[in-house]
Design a protein around this ligand. Structure first.
Ligand SMILES: Nc1ncnc2c1ncn2[C@@H]1O[C@H](COP(=O)(O)OP(=O)(O)OP(=O)(O)O)[C@@H](O)[C@H]1O
Ligand SMILES: [Mg+2]
Length: 450
């Protein structure tokens, strides 16, 4: 035996047999704890960690199946060998169904027992090795908070580590939900300014009229309501990184002022005259795949575009790197902290889906499925219909679907249903949904309000 320090819990109410087992195991240099009934066993399982549990099925207090369930609920779970009375195959089968590794039928010899134990230990060692290997692979496909083993993502990680050391302005491009914000954070964390602030501003979330105040701050009395001097985001980011998300939504006047900041590295607060020097690294992001087209249309300043686009990092949509799906699923399950697993029939469905909402959508799918699945196994029925392939019939779900509704009402219901689907696909992001629907964010907002 090459693993002499394994801990074993022996649960057996017959003192003679318990003693014989314990004695043999100690002789074989295992660390052994004995329990005479199920309640004591459960208490020990809660308090200590064991590699192996050997338990009789018929026990006073709680029976061996209860002990088994308790043992298997632990992470990492011990391997379990059950002992059944002569002729009670049913309980052995029940135990195997509940996850027991193997069973022995009374009466048995100590040779039989030790042989079975060694077999279980060998399997356990293999499983551990497999787990370590998986961890190693996962660690190589991990980059800050991002995971991805696809060539495309590995290239992104390479680019980001190259450019993070420099102070170069980075433009992160990619569809909604592809991880642009995580890339911005990774750039910050890996860079020289990691001890400075990381300040994010979502340009789509700020009304045009408040934009400049938000970016540059203001002096006391600069406008009605300016009760005291307030720092803008740029000043807050001094010494660190300023992340301007959805940069395409920045109004033109603010663009002109931002350009000045990038060129002269000073700001002037609204209502002030002082030039305040700022030392910031700027990272911007957009899900418009053609910022250049916006330049051509006159909606984005060309000079600013070139300033921001010093270094571009393009995040591929998830449908172009479906090989990352299993890894992402594992990563999300781990983040959710449960003991969930994905069934063999669910994974291919996920890998066949095109994820219009990208990684954010996958995250939502996994989160929802892990709530729905009670037994810890994510099955196709826990996946949304667009993934599992079960057709949705929205109108059939409407109570008075059989009635002929006035056209306006029918259209309204369809629209609502369709918008909800788009929101789900975009992982709840309104910007993402409006993009999928091909309408403006404001138009979407108004429809939702209705
Ligand atoms: N490679 C990845 N590994 C792990 N999690 C990821 C990865 N990419 C994205 N995520 C997760 O998916 C979600 C969306 O990511 P993020 O917010 O960075 O996307 P985004 O590109 O900024 O989207 P949007 O354009 O809608 O703002 C987040 O919960 C993020 O943690
Ligand atoms: Mg984002």
């Amino acid at each position: 035996m090459d693993t002499p320090c394994k801990r074993i819990l022996v649960v057996e109410d017959d003192p003679g047999l318990r003693f014989t087992l314990t004695d043999h195991l100690e002789e074989a240099e295992f660390s052994v704890v004995g329990a005479g009934d199920g309640l004591e066993a459960v208490r020990l399982l809660a308090a200590e960690t064991f590699d192996i549990v050997v338990t009789d099925i018929r026990l006073p207090g709680k029976d061996g199946l209860e002990v088994l369930k308790e043992a298997k609920a632990k992470t990492p779970a011990p391997s379990v060998i059950t002992i059944t009375g002569y002729g009670s195959v049913e309980s052995a089968v029940a135990a195997m169904k509940l996850g027991a590794e193997d069973y022995l039928t009374k009466p048995f010899s100590m040779e039989e027992f030790m042989m079975l134990l060694n077999k279980v230990l060998r399997v356990r060692a293999l499983e551990e090795e497999n787990r370590d290997l998986k961890k190693l692979i996962a660690s190589q496909s991990r980059f800050e908070e991002l995971v991805g083993k696809s060539k495309a993502m590995q290239e992104v990680f390479g680019l980001v580590s190259l450019v993070s050391d420099t102070d170069a302005t980075v433009l992160v491009l990619g569809e909604s939900g592809t991880g642009k914000e995580l890339i911005a954070k990774a750039l910050h964390r890996r860079g020289k300014r990691k001890d400075g602030p990381f300040v994010a501003l979502n340009c789509a979330a700020i009304p045009d009229t408040l934009f400049e105040a938000e970016l540059f701050g203001f002096e006391k009395g600069a406008f009605t309501g300016a009760l005291r001097r307030t720092e803008g985001k740029i000043e807050q980011a001094h010494g660190g990184t300023l992340f301007l998300d959805e940069i395409a939504e920045m109004p033109l006047p603010a663009q002109a002022k931002l350009l000045r900041v990038l060129q002269e590295r000073v700001i002037t607060r609204i209502g002030g005259s002082e030039n305040v020097p700022v030392d910031i690294r700027v990272v911007t992001a957009t899900n418009k795949d053609d910022l250049k087209a916006m330049v051509a249309e006159g909606n984005f300043r060309e000079d600013l575009f070139y300033r921001l686009n010093v270094f571009a990092v393009r995040l591929p949509p998830l449908r172009e790197r479906l090989e990352d799906v299993p890894l992402l699923v594992d990563h999300f399950i781990e983040k959710l902290g449960g003991n969930r697993r994905v069934s063999e029939s669910s994974l291919p469905l996920l890998m066949n889906y095109d994820f219009p909402g990208n990684v954010r959508e996958l995250w939502n799918i996994v989160e929802r499925a892990s709530i729905l699945c009670r037994e810890g196994m994510i099955e196709p029925k826990h996946l949304p219909p667009e993934v599992s392939g079960v057709r949705v019939a929205p109108f059939e779900e409407i109570p008075d679907a059989g009635k002929i509704l006035p056209l306006k009402e029918a259209v309204r219901r369809f629209e609502l249903d369709h918008i909800q689907r788009a929101l789900r696909a975009a992982g709840g992001s309104r910007t993402g949904a409006s993009e999928l629907l091909g309408i403006g964010r404001k138009a979407l907002w108004e429809r939702l309000k209705d």
